[in-house]
Unconditional design. Structure first.
Lengths: 335, 502
């Protein structure tokens, strides 16, 4: 077994950093100022924290969704589409049934929509061998255009110029736990943390979690151990979709309070990064989601310095690469 | 001969893994142009020593010389450039590629491959060895013997003059094994140096010139085969006299597993098992002899619930289980020692503790309701590790940290641990030494006697004759009983195995 030399990895890290600095110089920003602005903007002020935690919330639930599928050996690239349909279903339900009951129904509708959106990919994978990456990408496109059509048509708020739904009534929204003071916290954050912890505990302590992970680790061994691999794949994909759909519903009920065309800024894809950073430990989803939330919030904060917002994508991508270099170091195939 | 500089000279090799000493001042001299056997129990250090030789491991101390020239390979690629290659127990054949592509893989003649020329050279190499290959057909269709041959040709393609073969006959039928040694002999006569790591002493006695015995990482003895008897060799390997098992005659009368008219389709839609009918009595250990690929796999898959039979009936302990799935059969007490432990028996990245419950994860003793009972699982892991003395360095360590033989011990013990009613053992002693083989069969027998039955597939007829109560034969999917007056007649059973008339 050979290990990549440690200096090589540090060289890579420095290279990645230099790349970011080069971009900053290119857009005529002062690197040092930019970095300190990012950190302050994300974690240095109450407002920054509020934004960071807000960005973190959907990433927690979506991260758990992607993580769950990953443990069953499935790449749920479709989390973004499931999130989008979940959000629309949540808004539509909450608009139809106002009040706390509607809110609960809306969360359920989000789950259902996400699960149904993932189900075909699970079935195709389990029984026809069609790769889930391809099918979920297709489902993402369908989700995107279908929701745009719906929000431009039957669900559109006629009082608005753009394609958007009405805003949810206050009593339909997820409650804010700490209203006053600098830290305004929505219950959604705790819901997200609870889901991550719940998924982690379920995977590690239950027999069904064990069987799901056996399926992901070695299908033939799972089959020989009495696990129905096909059923497990369908269930894992559907459960992953369910959580992703829930993330969408939670996001609209807690923060956005409405649905509009091209709703997702790519949370579903960021969640892939979150799950990959967490690697084998579900509880690492929490710091990973926090990191992603902070980078996202930090880059929004410095956009006033003239740094393009797209920088967050560059930073996230490089972060994953650097982590990957360190993480997979030991896994160089041995002789 | 002994005055010549040896082709391989390894001197005072020490290999430590942490605090564990795998090789303790081991020396090995291999003469050019012969077949040298390296024997020893599981974990004796045979594979480790070979890995040092071809550069997969860097020794802690000691040095290696090839024909008097000191070398230190950094990796296998360097080793092969210097003419040393290894065929490991697990063939590195990629089924999707053609035989020719597999042959060249990693040693292509250039950026663009002159197919005609490559084919010619492949054909020449093969015919020199007396092999024949359909070079442009996918390697997926190769039998284990074919894959083994292709692996040897891969070394010849790379112009290896020193070849290491790890358990080369483990998956081969007796006639294929003989053929393999014939080709090895002709290679050796042509000047190649061959090192064979093996457990099969008859092979050593018949085909090798020299033998080196390792035990517990130490060199025990090294001498010409002509100076040693099989019994002496066995004693050198184990370090004490082996008890010769007294074979008790066992005749069951209580039908336990009844199979009637079972027909099973193979992956290619062929009838892999045709109309098989047989009965296992309570307490019996029954062997199925046959050349690899004659339907053993599909028969076992049908019995374990992994493959739906086309027709027929399976009755276990008076209950028709034909329609039941794998999980239900496990619940009914069907246990497997699977053929391919890497692919089916273990999850290599998982810890020993996690692997202990694989297949038994729903057994009431290993869970509390829907939850895993971790404590019970850990106790269980230590119980099964103890049974066949699996060498390990902790139950939280990944399964892949164990040597192949130790993994096999673990997997075999697991299958025999809780309520086994029918044990399906496919090559249960693959990679095990004499002592381990004995232990596993003793346990199989004890398990069967205490209220179950065991069905054993092995490609080693001698092993089956030695350890099983009786032997059936499978050939081209047709299962047949051995006529009563010939049950111990090796030659007669051998003829049945190849479908010849009695």
């Amino acid at each position: 077994m050979k290990k990549t030399p440690i200096w090589g990895m540090w060289l890579f890290t420095v290279g990645a950093f230099a790349f970011v600095v080069a971009i900053l110089v290119l857009v005529k920003a002062v690197p040092l100022e930019t970095f300190s602005g990012m950190v302050t903007g994300a974690l240095g002020t109450p407002g920054g924290w509020r934004g960071t935690l807000r960005e973190m919330t959907p990433l927690l639930i979506l991260g758990a969704a992607v993580f769950l599928a990953l443990k069953a050996g499935l790449f749920n690239i479709g989390a973004d589409g499931q999130y989008t349909v979940g959000a629309l279903a949540g808004v539509a339900t909450a608009l139809a049934v106002p009040g706390p009951l509607g809110m609960v129904l809306a969360l359920g509708a989000g789950c259902l929509a996400g699960a149904l959106w993932a189900l075909p990919a699970g079935l195709i994978k389990a029984y026809k061998g069609g790769h889930e990456v391809i099918t979920t990408i297709m489902m993402n496109n369908i989700a995107r255009f279908l929701t745009v059509a719906l929000v431009a048509g039957p669900l559109r708020n006629p009082a608005q110029e753009s394609a958007t739904t009405k805003i949810l009534a206050k009593e339909s929204q997820l409650p804010i736990l700490i209203q006053d003071g600098p830290f305004r916290l929505n219950i959604a954050l705790f819901l997200g943390l609870g889901i991550v912890i719940g998924v982690g505990i379920w995977l590690r302590t239950t027999v069904s979690g064990y069987e799901l992970m056996a399926t992901g680790a070695n299908k033939r061994a799972a089959e020989a151990s009495g696990v129905s691999v096909a059923q497990t794949l369908v269930k894992a994909m559907t459960a992953s979709g369910l959580l992703a759909g829930l993330a969408g519903a939670v996001h609209v009920l807690a923060y956005e309070n409405r649905f509009y065309a091209d709703f997702s800024p790519g949370f579903g894809f960021d969640a892939l990064g979150v799950a990959l950073l967490a690697a084998s430990n579900p509880f690492l989803l929490i710091p990973a989601a926090l990191l992603f939330g902070a980078i996202s919030q930090g880059t929004s904060a410095i956009s006033i310095l003239g740094v393009p917002k797209g920088l967050s994508g560059v930073l996230l991508g490089l972060t994953i690469l650097v982590f990957a270099v360190f993480r997979y170091r030991k896994e160089t195939p041995h002789a | 001969m002994s005055q010549e500089t040896p082709a391989v000279q390894m001197t005072d090799i020490v290999q430590k893994f942490g605090s564990f000493t795998a090789l303790d001042h081991v020396s090995l001299a291999v003469q050019k142009g012969g077949i040298h056997a390296l024997v020893g129990e599981n974990g004796a250090g045979k594979t480790t020593l070979m890995k040092v030789l071809y550069g997969a491991l860097k020794q802690t101390s000691g040095h290696v010389e090839l024909s008097g020239r000191p070398i230190q390979f950094r990796n296998q690629a360097e080793a092969i450039q210097n003419g040393i290659g290894m065929v490991s127990q697990h063939y590195a054949i990629i089924p999707e590629l053609t035989c020719l592509q597999n042959l060249m893989l990693g040693a292509e003649p250039g950026w663009a491959i002159p197919v005609k020329k490559a084919e010619e050279r492949a054909y020449d190499l093969a015919s020199k060895m007396g092999f024949s290959f359909d070079w442009n057909s996918p390697a997926a269709g190769l039998s284990p013997a074919g894959a083994q041959k292709l692996e040897i040709l891969k070394l010849l393609w790379r112009k290896a003059s020193i070849m290491i073969l790890d358990e080369p006959t483990a998956m081969l039928s007796p006639s294929d094994s003989d053929a393999l040694y014939d080709s090895l002999k002709s290679l050796a006569e042509g000047g190649a140096t061959i090192i064979v790591v093996t457990h099969r002493l008859p092979e050593v006695m018949e085909s090798c010139q020299n033998v080196t015995v390792l035990r517990g990482g130490k060199l025990i003895d090294s001498r010409p085969v002509s100076d040693v008897t099989t019994a002496e060799l066995a004693n050198l390997i184990v370090g004490r006299s082996l008890e010769i098992p007294t074979k008790e005659g066992f005749l069951g009368s209580n039908p336990w597993l009844q199979v009637k008219g079972l027909t099973v389709k193979g992956d290619r839609g062929n009838e892999a098992v045709r109309n098989a009918s047989f009965t296992l009595c309570k307490g019996e250990v029954v062997g199925i002899a046959g050349v690899d690929g004659n339907g053993q796999r599909e028969l076992f898959q049908a019995l374990s619930g992994n493959r739906k039979p086309q027709g027929g009936q399976i009755v276990l302990a008076g209950k028709d289980v034909t329609k039941e799935g794998q999980a239900q059969r496990i619940q009914a007490g069907v246990r497997q020692i699977p053929e391919d432990r890497h692919a089916e028996g273990v999850i290599e990245e998982w810890s020993l503790a996690e692997n202990a419950s694989l297949g038994l994860q729903r057994h009431p003793t290993l869970r509390k309701g829907s939850f895993i009972d971790r404590k019970a699982r850990l106790d269980f892991a230590s119980k099964i590790a103890e049974r066949f003395r699996t060498k390990h360095s902790g139950f939280q360590k990944p399964m892949k940290s164990l040597s192949g033989g130790n993994q096999q011990r673990f997997v075999a013990a697991r299958a025999l641990a809780i309520d086994p009613k029918l044990v399906l053992a496919f090559q249960p002693t693959r990679g095990l030494d004499i002592d381990g083989t004995q232990q596993v069969y003793n346990a199989l027998r004890a398990t069967a006697r205490s209220g179950g039955a065991a069905l054993v597939v092995s490609f080693d007829l001698d092993e089956l004759l030695e350890h099983c109560d009786r032997v059936m034969v499978i050939c081209h999917g047709v299962l047949s009983e051995v006529p009563e007056n010939q049950t111990r007649d090796r030659a007669a059973i051998g003829r049945l195995m190849v479908g010849a008339e009695l």
